[in-house]
Design a protein around this ligand. Structure first.
Ligand code: FAD
Length: 918
């Protein structure tokens, strides 16, 4: 983190004094879209609102799919944020999805130049400069990932940096990474190219045409009272366009349009600035753009000058009105000053020149620094493409393509869960402080190293934070919480008093300058940095790509689970009932197993697929009876899962009922879990195999309370999930540990355990985590869980996705998830992977690691990732994977680790323990 210093202000005043002119004229757009209001059609397949990078790309891609599309822009094309964008595009990102989307945008720039004659792409390359070892390691990791995508890059020693960019200071660096095929998008050029190409395809674009309302009708299912369906959109000129689809590409103004359908999205406008220097001696247009993440700055090549910007620790939120056409704010030099210090440190020549212009404009930011894309939950036909967190140029092409796919087929082609609006919990969305605090933290950490063990400090204590019924109890037991989907879930236990998160203090960034802003807005009661923050100190130990401080504590939890009983608070799960006369038909249509053949009381792990056969959700379903089903969905995805089910039961006589917040889920897992549960039961019930089989559930009186018990496991042990009414959870939890402290339990480990333990044990057992191991872009067969759909497909039954899945079966696997393990480094330290490492078969890079964990009870590092076919392979089979002489390796930062392929789970491959056979 950069600290605000007084010295930076001196620098800015020096520069200001030398400044020659401030940018006063917008660039404007070159492409005239003269249309009159009278031309506006009365109907369209899709109406896109907003004529910036996102709206124009979306319009083009939708029109290309043969739809009849209209775009409305209330001012002029580009006049929101796009016109003043720096337009830099970096190809190597810590996400395979971002890499894919950025790569497509780059390709589109070139393709559109051919299609329209309008140029928008300059391939001047990109250079990432590292000021510390950890950062350099991160860059090496990106370079490794690039090998899979065929993206050229070179890792440079400090003395090689000036060969690529002679103006940079290098004595304070530890290295750099150069990516020659990065470059710069001309914002006006690309928008004009999209406009020309889209119009050629028949799209209609209307400038000076705002939106006054969006009309909806209630959902056709009266049991879903809050859902609605898009009908039409009315312009400020009074024209109504009947349409089933509206796309919100309104940038920083996107909440205005969203409010017209009665919703709110977590998007805030902030001031984001860069300044353009005067001519710099030695600067030339072919030099690469530079990012120095550690100084939180960038230097964009601008002819013989530079456009320089960065991300401050104390950004300013801003209010915008609709007339902010080609608008800019006055630059706050006190805020920008902290960037300038970094610019001068990295490129000393900047100190010797003046400033030609300043650009301080609005940009939209979100609580997790990811965009908001996809359908608005509850409003059928309303899609978002907004909230781009300063990445809307490089993501523009890719997101336009994916949104067009989403609108036309119901799902994007790549895994866009981390962009999906449904990734947030509804309670958080209604909490302005949660949204603001989280958004501040994400902005301030824009260039921070993305450590796998990092946790947010913001939004941990606001009123809408979700806590389980045993939060106080596990907190007192030394729980280190993780916040996911608005829920404080147990990460691991340190066993020494409370480590709970404190109220967000903005890292003290607002202590001095600008503190009044947040106080004035009523956002913060206090902005002073905490003198002591135990939670932050504990989390700091996790900020490494190596062995984290929690390693031994997690190991203990894992061993307790394999030898005694681990008690997991899994209240993070989403739990809901689907009920009504047509509930059975609805489930039969949604899931991959034959519901009719299942008896009441059975629980099935299943997948729900989209029309392309990709997995939209994986969850367990308890068949209570033909009219009632109980779903337990993964915590991270439960809002998305809810929305997926809801949109599929529009015309059916059934409804969903959410009981997540009323349910505390205590999971007892391990060889002694049944003995422990037996001692807790009071109504003479039995939970032996003949009374409660694996994958079945029933209601039992536990510690004096009626509890729904499901015999399930996500860690590969004999185990029982206790779904306890929230207000009774404390009693049940206490009773568990009273039994464990009693006679006969001496020497049996019974202990609290958290999600880091689950991650390790589930990796040992070949279990899937949605979004990591499977997604809307992966079929169950590719993900190695074909058993969730194959019996139903073989029986010839139809369900969502069955047609596509049957076609895929015929074709055979063209890609597949594989499991690899790696032994300790030379028999010493465990090897820690962090995802995105390359998977190598016989020397050929075939894929990337998608999820990884250290398997504490098998003593190996475990990695999962999808591989493509290799040369000469028609379809991937287990036989082919295991062919004699095949060598597997994992590549990490230029080093290669020998790996072992596992077709079955690494631990207990026969699954005996799940059945209670020890
Ligand atoms: C200083 C700066 C530097 C940046 N540098 C980069 C960079 O290097 N690389 C990168 O990828 N990104 C960068 N960005 C971010 C990028 O520019 C934005 O993410 C992108 O331009 C956003 O495009 P958009 O289409 O979402 O929004 P906008 O361009 O703001 O377009 C939204 C449009 O919607 C219109 N609108 C709003 N409401 C309505 C309504 N009700 N009816 C009709 N029209 C409406 C507005 O008038 C506006 O024209 C930068 C941003 C800034 C500020």
């Amino acid at each position: 983190m950069i600290n605000l210093t007084r010295s930076s202000l001196g620098v800015t005043r020096y520069l200001l004094a030398r400044s020659t002119s401030l940018l006063s004229r917008p660039l404007g757009n070159l492409f005239s879209t003269k249309t009159t209001a009278a031309d506006i059609p009365s109907s369209a397949d899709v109406v896109v609102v907003g004529g910036g990078s996102l709206g124009m790309s979306t319009l083009y891609h939708l029109q290309k799919k043969g739809l009849n599309c209209v775009l409305l822009e209330r001012n002029q094309l580009t006049s929101g944020t796009t016109w003043h964008s720096a337009g830099m595009l970096w190809r190597l990102r810590p996400s395979d999805i971002d890499i894919e989307l950025h790569g497509y945008t780059r390709k589109m720039c070139m393709q559109l130049e051919e299609e329209t004659g309008i140029a928008s792409w300059t391939e001047n390359g990109g250079l990432f400069v590292a000021n510390n070892k950890e950062r350099f390691e991160e860059y090496k990791r990106l370079a490794e990932t690039g090998n899979y995508f065929g993206i050229e890059s070179s890792v440079l020693e400090p003395n090689q940096i000036n060969d690529v960019h002679p103006l940079l200071r290098t004595d304070d660096t530890v290295g750099a990474m150069y990516s020659p095929t990065d470059g710069t998008i001309d914002p006006t050029g690309i928008v004009n190219a999209y406009a020309k190409a889209a119009k050629k395809l028949g799209a209609k674009i209307y400038e000076k045409t705002g939106v006054s309302s969006v009309e909806t009708t209630p959902s056709s299912n009266p049991q879903i009272p809050n859902a609605s369906i898009i009908q039409s959109i009315t312009t400020t000129g009074g024209h109504t366009i009947t349409t089933p689809v509206v796309v919100n590409a309104c940038g920083a103004w996107a909440n205005e349009l969203t409010s017209m359908v009665g919703c709110k999205i977590p998007l805030l406008a902030m001031k984001h600035a860069m300044v353009v220097t005067e001519k710099i001696e030695g600067m030339d247009p072919s030099l690469p753009n530079v990012r120095d993440h550690d100084l939180s700055i960038y230097l964009k090549t601008q002819g013989d000058a530079m456009a320089i910007g960065g991300y401050e620790q104390n950004p300013e939120f801003c209010q915008l009105d609709e007339k902010f056409e080609f608008g800019l704010f006055n630059l706050d030099w006190d805020t920008f000053g902290q960037n300038l210090e970094g610019h001068i440190q990295r490129c000393p020549a900047i100190e010797r020149v003046g400033i030609k212009s300043t650009v301080c404009g609005p940009e939209s930011f979100t609580p997790d620094h990811k965009p908001l894309v996809g359908p608005q939950p509850g409003v059928h036909g309303f899609f978002h493409a907004c909230g781009f967190n300063s990445m809307g140029m490089m993501l523009g092409g890719g997101i336009g393509r994916e949104l067009a796919e989403w609108v036309t087929t119901g799902s994007p082609d790549v895994d866009l869960f981390s962009f999906d609006v449904a990734r947030f919990h509804k309670d958080n969305l209604g909490d302005p402080k949660w949204v603001k605090d989280r958004t501040h933290e994400s902005y301030a950490k824009t260039y921070a190293i993305v450590f796998p063990g990092d946790e947010a400090l913001a939004g941990r204590t606001t009123p809408t934070v979700r806590r389980s019924g045993v939060y106080e109890e596990i907190s007192a037991a030394g729980c280190v919480f993780q916040n996911r989907h608005g829920m404080e879930r147990p990460g691991y236990f340190v066993g020494k008093g409370e480590v709970a998160p404190l109220e967000y203090d903005y890292y003290g960034a607002y202590d001095e300058e600008g503190a009044w802003r947040l106080l004035e807005e009523g956002v913060a009661a206090s902005i002073a940095k905490h003198e002591e923050n135990v939670y932050e100190q504990v989390i700091e130990g996790e900020l490494t790509f190596g062995v984290p401080v929690s390693f031994d504590a997690v190991a203990e939890e894992c061993h307790a689970c394999r030898n005694g009983v681990a008690v997991f608070d899994q209240s993070y799960f989403g739990n809901f009932y689907l009920e009504g006369p047509e509930a059975l038909d609805a489930v039969q249509k949604l899931v991959g197993f034959d519901v009719e053949r299942k008896e009441d009381g059975s629980v099935t792990y299943t997948t729900m697929c989209n029309t392309k056969g990709g997995v939209e959700a994986d969850l367990t379903v308890l068949k209570v009876n033909e009219d009632q089903f109980y779903f337990s969905a993964g915590g991270q995805t439960c809002s998305k899962d809810w929305w997926w089910i809801e949109r599929n039961i529009q015309d059916m006589d059934c409804k969903l009922r959410d009981v997540s917040d009323d349910t505390t889920l205590l999971s007892l897992q391990g060889p002694k879990s049944r003995d422990l549960l037996q001692e807790l039961m009071e109504d003479g019930s039995r939970v032996e195999d003949d009374a409660l089989e694996f994958s079945h559930g029933k209601t039992i009186v536990v510690a004096g309370h009626e509890v729904l018990v499901l015999r399930l496991t996500f860690v590969g042990e004999l185990g029982f999930e206790l779904h306890v009414p929230r207000n009774m959870a404390g009693d049940v939890y206490k009773a568990v540990f009273e039994v464990a402290a009693g006679e006969g339990w001496e020497g049996v480990p019974v202990r609290n355990a958290g999600y880091k333990c689950i991650d390790s044990l589930s990796a040992e057992k070949n279990y899937r985590h949605y979004h990591a191991d499977l997604s809307n872009a992966d079929t169950p067969m590719e993900a190695g869980i074909g058993f969730t759909v194959l019996p139903k497909l073989k029986a010839g039954l139809e369900f969502n996705g069955s047609e596509a899945l049957n076609e895929k079966r015929e074709e055979g696997l063209q890609r597949k998830l594989v499991c690899l393990t790696v032994e300790h480094d030379g028999g010493g330290e465990p090897v820690i992977f962090n995802g995105m490492e390359t998977i190598i078969r016989n020397g050929e890079v075939l894929g990337l690691v998608r999820s990884t964990a250290y398997g504490h009870t098998v003593g190996k590092t475990i990695a999962y990732g999808y591989i493509d076919k290799w040369e000469g392979c028609k379809k991937i089979t287990n036989k082919g994977l295991q062919a004699e002489g095949t060598e597997w390796q994992i590549g990490d930062r230029g080093k290669v680790w020998d790996a072992t392929l596992h077709i079955k789970s690494v631990f207990d491959p026969k699954g005996d323990r799940i059945m209670g056979k020890y």
